[in-house]
Ligand binder design. Structure first.
Ligand code: HSE
Length: 438
């Protein structure tokens, strides 16, 4: 039997992911050791409450409330507390002591990433964070390592399972947003306060992390444009299907060039129409998927569980094995790469396509008045569909007009919608959704 040198591992947090990491580490220790080339010795688990009920029975002698002391006895610290504090201070302390850190903390990385990476670099420690985006799905390492020789053009991610579950229920069962949210809460997908998911904050954090990594640029969370799904109606979802689309909330990270020819990047989160034929349209329930478009590799899709204790523990343990291996044989880990340092453009610079649904007076000149508004804003119409609807027998009657635009600058599209709302023949603009992936 091979005798391995032991690497000391401290676990911070024993919630749904932390408890599973501890269990798998204790149960599969030998197998993990042979993969890492080092024994992974769990030296302690820092928890807030020693007596709390947990998903897994953990050896009492490993539990402690003294996270600070535990950190100092470890080679690798696994942070699964979540949130900003005390996680930030503890991670900084761990890195400062020379320990490598494995974390699944997307909020911490999206808001304090540069500070943490700088600290790690100063002391030659490493920060691993595969579990921070899309749970079990390997996406950080593919972007950081496997695609390091390629040039990523765009990422479109379904990176929030709760909102995908809600939109999928609206689409497949005709549920209203409120009913779908209630079901998501009942099943434990949505939290008691669902704001972070349904308003897109969780997805925006993941977008900041993915865009930074993909474009070798520091993308601050504040630069991520964010719109949630609370305004998505069942009528929009039904109309989308009729037109061959599915409504999905996407985190889109894109390399683009502005009007002055400057190269930059965009990161944004909003509900969008995705063509039924696009692979992301078939991502159902609470599953996640990240669709990557790379210059040489072409299209790639990474699919799987975006949350869940044991599923996310898989990503954490993968990082842990890599970190342990590095302790034994050296070599680089997952470093921050910001050498491109591209500007992050505001949403107005992005080009996209809109689908605008409106009620108009069904009278001579209405269509031309609407077309005139688009033309004045330099927005080209791609498709027009008109159906008679509304006040029967009354004059003027109402028609429903659905206009699909060609790709245009977001600022011009937004100005077009404002002008349409003020156009006398338009009685109401009932839906505005962007089209992505077409
Ligand atoms: N609330 C998240 C989701 C879990 O619904 O996907 C992991 O970030």
């Amino acid at each position: 039997m091979i005798e391995y040198r032991n690497v000391r591992v401290a676990l911070l947090g024993a919630g749904s992911v932390g408890a599973q990491v501890a269990r798998l580490l204790l149960e599969h220790g030998d197998e993990l050791a042979s993969r890492a080339g080092a024994g992974l010795e769990l030296v302690g688990i820092a928890v807030r409450d020693l007596a709390a009920t947990r998903d897994v029975d953990l050896p009492e002698e490993l539990l402690t409330t003294d996270a600070e002391s535990l950190i100092l006895s470890a080679d690798i610290v696994v942070e699964l507390i979540g949130g900003i504090e005390p996680a930030r201070s503890l991670v900084l302390r761990a890195l400062g002591s020379g320990a490598d850190v494995v974390t699944g903390n997307k909020a911490l990385l999206a808001t304090h990433g540069p500070e943490l990476f700088q600290e790690a670099e100063q002391v030659g420690a490493q920060l691993y964070y595969e579990a921070a985006v899309a749970g079990a799905i390997p996406i950080i390492r593919p972007l950081h390592d496997s695609l390091a020789g390629d040039r990523i053009e765009r990422i479109m991610g379904i990176v929030n399972g709760t909102t995908n579950f809600i939109l999928d229920l609206m689409d497949r069962q005709g549920a209203t947003f409120a009913d779908a949210l209630a079901t998501a809460t009942e099943l434990g997908y949505a939290e008691a306060d669902p704001t972070a998911d349904i308003e897109g904050y969780d997805a925006a954090q993941k977008a900041a992390i993915l865009a930074s990594l993909a474009f070798h640029t520091s993308v601050p969370l504040a630069a991520v444009h964010r719109e949630g799904i609370t305004g998505v109606t069942i009528d929009q979802v039904r109309a989308a299907r009729k037109a061959g689309y599915v409504v999905k909330i996407l985190a889109t990270c894109e390399r683009l060039t502005d009007e002055d020819g400057r190269e930059g990047v965009s990161a944004r989160v909003y509900p969008a129409l995705v063509p039924e034929s696009h692979p992301l349209a078939s991502v159902h329930g609470a599953k996640n998927a990240v669709f990557v478009e790379a210059e040489a590799a072409g299209d790639l899709m990474f699919y799987g569980a975006g949350a869940g204790g044991v599923q996310t523990a898989s990503a954490v343990l993968g990082d842990l094995v890599s970190a342990a291996r590095r302790h034994v044989i050296g070599g680089p880990g997952i470093a921050e790469s910001t050498q491109s340092n591209l500007p992050v453009f505001p949403i107005g610079v992005v080009t996209t396509r809109y689908q605008i649904t409106m009620h108009v007076d069904d009278a001579p000149g209405a269509l031309s008045a609407v077309a005139g508004v688009l033309a004045r804003h330099g927005v080209s119409v791609e498709t027009v569909e008109q159906t008679s609807g509304g006040t029967e027998g009354a004059a003027p009657t109402t028609a429903t007009l659905v206009i699909g635009t060609h790709r245009a600058r977001e600022a011009d599209l937004a100005a077009t919608v404002t002008a349409l709302r003020n156009e006398p023949v338009v009685t109401a603009v009932t839906s505005v959704l962007r089209v992505e992936g077409a």
